[in-house]
Design a protein around this ligand. Sequence first.
Ligand SMILES: [Zn+2]
Length: 152
Amino acid sequence: MSEHELRVSKIRDGTVIDHVEAGQALNVLAILGIDGAEGFGVSVGMNVPSDRLGRKDIVKVEDRELSQSEVDVLSLIAPEATINIVRDFEVVEKNRVTRPEGVTGVLSCPNRNCITNADEPIETRFDVVADGVRCDYCATILRSDIAEHIDV
Ligand SMILES: [Zn+2]
């Protein structure tokens, strides 16, 4: 077992989000709605050496598994991420995230004139495109600032 795998399996139960693009760990926590007040054990590794990415971030959250919509949004800021489910110190499941075709109801549109920002009961919908996500209603494209527009 490599040193890397040892490091990943250190928590007893929970989720390890590995191969997160360096610099995105805090955005991952924002997506999961974790600010430390919930009482989950959280550890964050930043700028850890990685064969695949050069540098990467790792987020470990104890006693918490992720919903599909959380994984979908996560994939937008960390397309190379792997999600490891840990039970009793063992990685029981390991999945690469896949980019969804679109996300509904999780991002807010930065365009103030967009109909989704009017007082209408309209759920936001963004299509995933090569360089970001595109609002279905006004075609505004969100790129690196996706995490600032998460509205979960
Ligand atoms: Zn819009």
